[in-house]
Design a protein around this ligand. Structure first.
Ligand SMILES: *Cc1c(COP(=O)(O)O)cnc(C)c1O
Length: 232
């Protein structure tokens, strides 16, 4: 099998695994979106991923998002910024990104609001440090309700949901408690959330644990290395 075929097989298998995980807990497979994380590969391979059927692409560095989208020749895609966004990179990123996953501080969210407009509001997720790891970014579970109150005052933001990473030392099924904690936190905050704070989306789960995340309610999984296994 050549590398392109292997990529296509991987994509097909990951789509299938997402659907199976959703069905195993009685969820509709269309309620789970696969964001293919292309940070490991160049633009050519990124286009191959899109041609293999992944039209939601994620990059963790703003510069890579800019560069790839600027020389992009492939099919129509929606770009996701899944990593940290520096405040001086907000304007340029906003013009490209369909969704910013790591809304990890109030200063950043305010800056995004400042660059967005009423007619083109910014779609963001609020990042939660669900594992409590001191090395991780995002709002703590305790800070989240207050943070959501504050973002509700930022009229050019649409808060689509929450994003989290499982603790580094919890792999596969061990990550389940982090994922269920994020879902429970969302359910807790939701009744008090005003208009622009919707919380429909839960972005959680990566190559090692995306099925567990889907079982626990993920609507967006961010999968990178599993897509490129045996390819690059
Ligand atoms: C790299 C990255 C991923 C993808 O991780 P894999 O384990 O390669 O699937 C997901 N989310 C974020 C924030 C990342 O930086």
């Amino acid at each position: 099998m050549d590398r392109l075929q292997r990529l296509e097989e991987n994509v097909k298998s990951i789509h299938q695994r997402c659907a199976n995980a959703a069905q195993s807990v009685g969820r509709d497979a269309t309620g789970v979106q696969l964001v293919a994380v292309t940070k490991y590969v160049d633009t050519e391979w990124t286009e191959c991923v899109a041609e293999a059927g992944c039209h939601q692409l994620g990059e963790s560095r703003p510069q890579q998002l800019w560069e790839k989208s600027a020389i992009w020749q492939g099919p129509d895609v929606a770009w996701h910024l899944i990593g940290h966004l520096q405040r001086n990179k907000v304007a340029r990123t906003l013009s490209i990104a369909h969704l910013i996953h790591a809304g990890d501080s109030m200063r950043l969210l305010k800056e995004i609001n400042r660059h967005a407009t009423e007619t083109s509001p910014a779609r963001v997720l609020v990042e939660v440090n669900i594992s409590g790891d001191s090395a991780k970014t995002g709002f703590s579970s305790e800070e989240l309700p207050q943070a959501l109150d504050e973002v509700a005052q930022l009229p050019h933001l649409i808060v689509c949901g929450l994003m989290a990473m499982a603790s580094r030392d919890r792999r596969g099924d061990e990550a389940r408690s982090d994922f269920s904690a994020l879902r429970e936190l969302r359910d807790l905050c939701l009744p008090n959330c005003p208009g622009n704070v919707k919380l429909d989306e839960l972005s959680m789960g990566m190559s090692g644990d995306f099925e567990v995340a889907i079982e626990e309610g993920a609507t967006i999984v961010r999968v990178g290395s599993a897509i490129f296994e045996g390819v690059v």
